[in-house]
Write a protein that binds this ligand. Sequence first.
Ligand code: AMP
Ligand code: MG
Length: 642
Amino acid sequence: MLSLSRQLRHSQIPRTRLAQMASHLSTSGSANGGGQGGASPGFSLRELPKSNVFTSKLPADPAFPTPRDSHNAPRETLGPRMVKGALYTYVRPEPALSPELLGVSGAAMKDLAIKPDEERSEEFAHILAGNEIISWDEETGEGVYPWAQCYGGYQFGQWAGQLGDGRAISLFETTNPSTGVRYELQLKGAGKTPYSRFADGKAVLRSSIREFVVSEYLNAIKIPTTRALSLVLCPNSRVQRERLEPGAIVARFAQSWIRLGTFDLLRARNDRQLLRELAEYVGENVYKGWESLPGRLPSPDSTEVPRGVPKEKTEGEGKEAQNRFTRLYREIARRNALTVAAWQAYGFMNGVLNTDNTSILGLSMDYGPFAFMDNFDPAYTPNHDDFLLRYSYRNQPTIIWWNLVRLGEALGEQMGAGEWCDDEEFAKEGVRQARADELVQRAEHLIEQTGEEYKAVFLAEYKRLMTARLGLQTHKQSDFDDLFSEWLDLMEAHELDFNQCFRKLSDVPLGQIESSEQRKDVAARFFHADGVAGGEDTAKDRISAWLEKWRARVLEDWGEGQDEARIAAMKSVNPKFVPKGWILDELIERVEKKNERDVLKTVMNMSLNPFNETWGLDEEEEQRFCGDVPKYSRALQCSCSS
Ligand code: AMP
Ligand code: MG
């Protein structure tokens, strides 16, 4: 029995380290420590409505308190150092000579309300390479000045201290007038910031291509993610990695770039005022206000454990104990549960799920050694340096929860205070010794409850997605073992391609799998062209037995004669194109070494429309990109160096 049950067994809640918090608290005192752009014709980059909610509401690096202080400072003084009591530093991008625009995402243009064809304007690449600050007036000092965020993180389970945007610089926020969604646009690879530590602030073309493509692909298959607008090559910037490589800049955007690591850093520094300020900022300005957050769970003092996805409730016992910080924590956990469920359902692995790469909005983010599963193997990690398989496929739900427990520890004081969180003395000074134990106990209980909720939301979403991917309309308890687990088990045993199997299944008419003979014939369609692992006959028998059960369930849900509708429904959730490691490698090779440009358009077009049958491009190439992974390019791994 595989995956799910294992995934669940792995999803145990790690013991919190809240007890440690008591020591800080007892001092009681001052802290020191998809394409829905709407109908408007769109704007040029200059015309886009711009804002700076983040920098206007949160504290700046005291070394450069205003944009002008930073702007007038020599560029080299904006390099690496520790930044305290702040959430960002004003910093300008480094100039990039002769930038070449390699690609844009049409879906991103639309979502940002940028007018079609704007990418043809000469200044598009110039602005998105960071060569001009278009939102700030040097004379008056008015407008929006670029910034880099300050955060920390646990990397591979160890506290890593201050990290921050070491090579990402945010230009401005912009709100799409038709959708009302506000995004923060940033350039990755635009030069050094105070958060660059020992590195150069640059990004290489190789990793930039990967981020550009996968961000837009995940969005196209409806997995929450940060987005990518454009990819610019900086031919004059040669970047030293294992070899000298061309540099590039991706313009990427998200509703928020705040990470769990942003909270971690403030907790590590015991900066409880700023931590509270940040939590309030997130509740009020990133989420749509406290009222939008989920309702209260049963009282944390009751022994009742919520089952299933808790109903939205605004009243109930425990009302006083579940203050707004707890509801914020729960919403962050729920969003992450939804996203990790989608990763599991689509075989996506981030590869470096450190807390600095875990979004407070549950967005997939910070694309390094990520991969989509080729042959199904739950122990696979795409990260070459992940010897302990910490970030392997089957560990993802557990690891995201581990990260969320760290967030629970950071927010624990505010959560544990219950209704008393707005008491003036508490807000300013923290908890008194006499009540510290009570607070810690309550916070631990709330984190545990949120853990149950995380599991419930994860499971419900995983079931929903798998039900749809298998072409069913309802979910029955027995589907879990009979269909989901056996489907994954047989893929693992016979080394079948995970995503291809779903797409191939979509295309199977029920009339072709009535008899055992027929089913065995159809079974062979799931094999790789060069054969199947574990013996052909064994594989055929096992797949055939599964197809029989699947057929019965499809009939139960759809009735007879519904193939056409069922196939269409399945194809709308089972992508034909998946940007696998080998495709990205080929793409990089051709763009970087052979100076090809059209192939990037091809892959981007396929990524933005992954459920299509054809794309009207080079048919042979399209089919090759949707076909078998070449034998020696399966389960590739990447290093973190990018
Ligand atoms: P990542 O592994 O990409 O999530 O990065 C971890 C941390 O290292 C983040 O704070 C990054 O900003 C920083 N970082 C990674 N690569 C570079 C680079 N080439 N220059 C400066 N900072 C970097
Ligand atoms: Mg990161």
